[in-house]
Design a protein around this ligand. Structure first.
Ligand code: UDX
Length: 442
C-alpha cells in the first residue's frame, strides 16, 4: 500500500470536521484548515461548533495526541500533505444549482501552495463536472506560477448523516472513490486502510460516476420519503394505517424498510439542496428530471398540508397559541436548515397563530436563522412550551418527547389538541388522556 504521511482537510463544516477527526482516529496525521478564524480558535481549544454525538471526544483525544490540528493557514495544511480533501460548502444559488465558488476558491488556494505531487479530493457534494473544473483551476494556477507539479483529482463523496455522523463515517455502507489514476486509487485505499481491512465495500469508478452516485443516493432517499408521505395522505383519506403499509411493503427486500417513515416532509442541508441541484444539472445537460422535480414539489406541499391539518382541526388558528416541540430537521442535531418546522411555523404565523417553541438543541440556531423574522416565544422545556397553548405540534422526534407526561401537559393547556407529525405516540394512549390526536397517515 502507498504511504500517506499527512492529510489536509480544507473546510471544517460538518463533513470536513467529521472526516478530519475520524481520519485522525484511524491513526493518520490530519491538519484541518478553515478561513473562519473564530471557528479554528474554538477548535484549537476543543470547542466543537456543531452538535454531533461522539465528535467532541474524538477531536479532543486526537488533538491531545498531536494527530489532529487546526489552522487558518492553508500553506501549513497543504505543505506536508499528499492528500488534500476539499470539504467546503456548496450552498444553493437562487435557481437551485450548487454554488461552486468555495470549492473552486479552495482549489485555487491549494494550487498556490502546492510543492509536489498531491491528490486533491472532492468530499463536498458537487455537481457532475466539478472534478474537471477543479483540475482546470489547479492547472491554470500552476501555469501562472510557472511550475509543473503532477496531481490527481479524486471524487470521494461522503454519505454521513447528521446526528450519526461519526458512526456513519466509521461504518460506511460503501466508500466511493472516483479517479482514473492508479496512483491516486492506491493512495486513497491507504487513507481508508482501516475500512479496507475491515471489508467495507469500496467502489472504484471514474470521477463523473462518483459525482452522480452521491446525488442519485440522496435523490432516491428523498423520493422514498416523499413516496410514503404521499401514501400517508391517501391512508388518512381512506382510513388506512400508513405505518402498517410501510412495515408490510418494507418486508419486500426489493423495497426495504428504511426511509419509509411518514412525517412532516424531509428537510436538512442535503436532500432539499441536492434534489434541486440534480434537477438543475439535468437542465444543464438537456435532461428533464420530471420525477425528482415532482418529489421536490410534493415535499413542499406536504409540509403545508401539516398546517392545513392543524387549521382544519382547530377551525381557525388566528389568535391561538400553538406549541411547537422540535425545531431541528431531525433529532440529535441543532441544524435547522430547511427544517419542516420552518415552513410549518412560518405558515402558522402567516395565518395569525402565536408560536411557542421548544427544542433541546436547536433554539439558538432557530432564533438566529430559521425564525429570525418571527416573534416566537422560546420555552424552557416541553411543559413550559405547552402552557396556555391551544395545540401541541410535535415536529421533531427527539427521544425526550417520546414519554411526555400528557396529563400534566393537558392540565396547563388552553385546548387539548395533539399533532404528532412523527407518529411516535399511539392514538389510544393520547386520546385516553383526553386529547384529540392527529398523526400522519393513520
Ligand atoms: C442525508 C443522507 O441520509 C446522507 O446519506 C447524506 O450524506 C446527507 O443527507 P441527513 O440530511 O443528515 O442525511 O439526514 P437523514 O437522516 O437522511 O434525514 C433527512 C430528512 O428525512 C430528515 O428531515 C428526516 O426527518 C427525514 N426522514 C428520514 C423522514 O421523514 N422519514 C424517514 O423515513 C427518514
Amino acid at each position: 500500500m502507498f504511504d500517506v504521511n499527512q492529510i489536509a482537510v480544507i473546510g471544517t463544516g460538518y463533513v470536513g470536521l467529521v472526516s478530519g477527526a475520524c481520519l485522525s482516529e484511524f491513526g493518520l496525521k490530519v491538519v484541518c484548515m478553515d478561513v473562519d478564524e473564530s471557528k479554528i480558535n474554538c477548535l484549537k481549544r476543543g470547542i466543537i461548533p456543531i452538535y454531533e454525538p461522539g465528535l467532541e471526544e474524538i477531536v479532543v483525544r486526537n488533538e491531545k495526541s498531536g494527530r489532529l490540528s487546526f489552522t487558518t493557514d492553508i500553506g501549513e495544511a497543504v505543505e506536508h500533505a499528499t492528500v488534500v480533501f476539499i470539504a467546503v460548502g456548496t450552498p444553493p444559488q437562487e435557481d437551485g444549482s450548487a454554488d461552486l465558488k468555495y470549492v473552486l476558491e479552495a482549489a485555487r488556494s491549494i494550487a498556490k501552495c502546492m510543492n509536489g505531487y498531491k491528490i486533491i479530493v472532492d468530499k463536498s457534494t458537487v455537481p457532475v463536472g466539478t472534478g474537471r473544473k477543479v483540475k482546470a483551476v489547479i492547472r491554470e494556477v500552476l501555469r501562472e506560477r510557472g511550475v509543473d507539479y503532477d496531481f490527481d483529482v479524486v471524487s470521494n463523496p461522503e454519505f454521513l448523516r447528521e446526528g450519526s455522523a461519526v458512526n456513519d463515517f466509521m461504518h460506511p455502507d460503501r466508500i466511493v472513490i472516483g479517479t482514473q489514476s492508479n496512483k491516486a486509487r492506491k493512495t486513497m485505499r491507504s487513507v481508508y486502510r482501516v475500512l479496507y481491512i475491515n471489508n467495507h465495500p469500496f467502489v472504484f469508478t471514474n470521477v463523473e460516476t462518483a459525482e452522480v452516485i452521491k446525488y442519485a443516493s440522496n435523490a432516491f432517499l428523498a423520493t422514498k420519503i416523499t413516496f410514503i408521505n404521499e401514501i400517508a395522505n391517501l391512508c388518512e383519506a381512506v382510513g388506512a394505517n400508513v405505518q402498517q403499509v410501510s412495515n408490510a411493503i418494507g418486508l419486500d427486500k426489493r423495497i426495504g424498510k428504511y426511509f419509509l417513515h411518514a412525517g412532516p416532509g424531509y428537510g436538512g442541508s442535503c436532500f432539499p439542496k441536492d434534489t434541486k441541484a440534480l434537477v438543475n444539472t439535468g437542465k444543464e445537460f438537456g435532461v428533464e428530471m420530471s420525477l425528482i422535480d415532482s418529489v421536490i414539489n410534493a415535499n413542499d406541499l406536504h409540509k403545508l398540508k401539516m398546517v392545513d391539518k392543524i387549521t382544519a382541526a382547530l377551525g381557525d388558528v388566528e389568535g391561538k397559541t400553538i406549541a411547537v416541540l422540535g425545531l431541528s430537521f431531525k433529532p440529535e442535531t441543532d441544524d435547522v436548515r430547511e427544517a419542516p418546522s420552518s415552513t410549518i411555523v412560518h405558515e402558522l404565523h402567516r395565518r395569525g397563530a402565536h408560536i411557542r417553541a421548544y427544542d433541546p438543541a436547536a433554539m439558538e440556531n432557530a432564533a438566529r436563522f430559521a425564525f429570525s423574522d418571527l416573534p416566537i416565544a422560546y420555552a424552557q422545556d416541553e411543559y413550559d412550551c405547552v402552557a396556555g397553548a391551544h395545540a401541541v405540534v410535535l415536529v421533531t422526534e427527539w427521544n425526550q418527547f417520546r414519554s411526555l407526561d400528557l396529563e400534566q401537559m393537558k392540565s396547563t393547556m388552553a385546548a387539548p389538541y395533539f399533532f404528532d407529525f412523527r407518529n411516535i405516540y399511539e392514538r389510544r394512549d393520547v386520546e385516553e388522556k383526553g386529547f384529540a390526536y392527529f398523526g400522519v397517515g393513520r
